[in-house]
Ligand binder design. Structure first.
Ligand code: LLP
Length: 425
């Protein structure tokens, strides 16, 4: 469910015309819908609240890595959403957007000492520790400050899942978390330290997961471990269930309903009396954003191939190049005529800069506007300036209002960022 719909013959984001935005901001440009973000959060919030008996006062911590734009975060913050962060930069963004520290989780496989100290300084809700060595470093950082660090141990449940090998994180060979037995040992060790306060366990097994079976298996590992730890007299009050639930990208994508997913978690946690946390990224943001692009030209080659050359490229939306990911492509103004296959490409000088092969599209021509759908998660956050293409701007729509929430840099600003080495001036 999203708020990108045709109106007066052209695609709109809520009440804002994408043609108007493209004309005023230029293309390529990301456009987000605040109503869609709120709706996605609201559906998950309602499902959690309906299962309060099993999930406690569940925290929904948006995975900031999916979309870290300050206005996007502030929109979610206003709904009461928390944040799952993986760097000092993300913690700073979450705080700046108005997400209170007590709703911020700090995860990640390689946190620096400076980052651990920063997280303790601002008093994040919990630090998800991913290794024995990190536990020691956290204890040292907490001791140096004379505080106790509240933490969860991230378990590698040996259940991997996800839409692509590069986004599967829970398999035994993946770099994330610690195996079950070691996690139990670390938990007990943490409980014995005056500077550490272990409160729970965490897992995150992958992203774009369409099947609840591996998620259930991972949650069951956490449940069984909770019982084992309690059997040893240790206290466990929180289970962080990670993110990973798939968002529908294609109309034909079958993804589990949010309620079904939350019900499954509630079933697994029933009777444990823990407080659950969810860390959705894609689920909240993917279909809350589109990437609007203009057709530069159509290259009709003598060998019969037809290339739709857009002004967006892999530096603006990396997912197709990196994960062979599918994004829908819709003309902003419907075009009549024969639907034919196009290779959809950007101007960057490598074949990887291909968004889609043989995509069936109506006749398109230079200056037409198109939108990549499902681009609100892992889109702008992964963009760069390869080929010296200016960083893609972002726009947030909310009802009738819209605003540029990350402007496109000018070429002068781009060049000014790089001071000349003194011996070269
Ligand atoms: N929690 C942790 C600890 C994570 O590592 C991630 C994502 C999430 C939550 C959120 O997962 P989600 O609900 O969005 O699936 N760039 C890739 C996705 C990488 C996901 C990495 N971890 C892509 O564009 O598909």
């Amino acid at each position: 469910m999203h708020h990108f719909t045709p109106r007066d013959g052209a695609l709109h984001a809520e009440n804002a015309s994408l043609e108007t935005i493209a004309a005023q901001v230029g293309t390529p440009v990301y456009v987000y819908s605040a109503a869609t973000l709120r709706r996605h959060y609201g559906v998950l919030r309602a499902a959690c609240d309906a299962r309060r008996a099993d999930l406690g006062d569940a925290l929904i911590a948006f995975a900031v890595k999916a979309n870290s734009n300050l206005s996007v975060l502030a929109t979610l913050a206003a709904e009461g959403c928390g944040a799952d962060t993986v760097s000092e930069g993300e913690i700073r963004r979450a705080l700046a957007a108005g997400i209170p520290a007590e709703r911020i989780i700090f995860s990640g496989v390689g946190k620096t000492d400076a980052e651990l100290t920063f997280a303790l300084d601002v008093g994040v809700r919990q630090i998800n520790v991913e290794s024995g060595i990190e536990l020691e470093r956290l204890a040292a950082a907490a001791a140096a400050k004379g505080v106790q660090a509240t933490l969860a141990i991230r378990v590698n449940p040996n259940v991997g899942a996800g839409g692509h090998a590069k986004i599967t994180t829970g398999g035994a060979g993946d770099k994330f978390g610690v195996p079950v037995r070691e996690a139990l040992d670390l938990y007990a060790r943490a409980a014995a330290s005056p500077h550490l306060n272990p409160v729970g366990l965490a897992c995150h097994i992958g992203s774009q997961i369409k099947d609840l079976t591996p998620l259930r298996a991972a949650f069951e590992v956490l449940r069984d471990m909770t019982q084992t730890l309690r059997g040893q007299g240790l206290t466990v009050t929180r289970l962080d269930l990670g993110g990973g639930l798939a968002a529908p990208y294609a109309d034909t994508d079958q993804t589990p309903a949010v309620e079904t997913y939350v019900d499954m978690a509630a079933q697994v946690l029933r009777g444990l009396e823990v407080e659950a946390a969810f860390e959705p990224g894609r689920l909240l943001a993917a279909n809350a954003g589109v990437l609007v692009s203009r057709v530069i030209q159509v290259n009709e080659r003598s060998d019969g191939r037809r290339f739709l050359v857009l002004d967006a490229a892999m530096n603006d939306l990396m997912r197709p190049a990196l994960y062979d990911a599918f994004h829908g492509l819709v003309p902003i103004r419907p075009r009549a005529g024969e639907v034919r296959p196009y290779d959809v490409v950007g101007p960057v000088c490598e074949t990887g800069d291909t968004f889609a092969r043989d995509r069936a599209l109506p006749p398109l021509t230079a200056a037409d506007l198109v939108a990549f759908t499902g681009a609100g998660a892992y889109g702008a956050v992964m963009s760069g300036e390869y080929n010296s293409r200016p960083l893609v701007p972002e726009v947030l729509v909310d009802g009738d209002r819209w605003a540029v929430v990350r402007p496109r840099p000018t070429y002068d600003a781009m060049l000014a960022r790089e001071p000349r080495a003194p011996w070269l001036s």
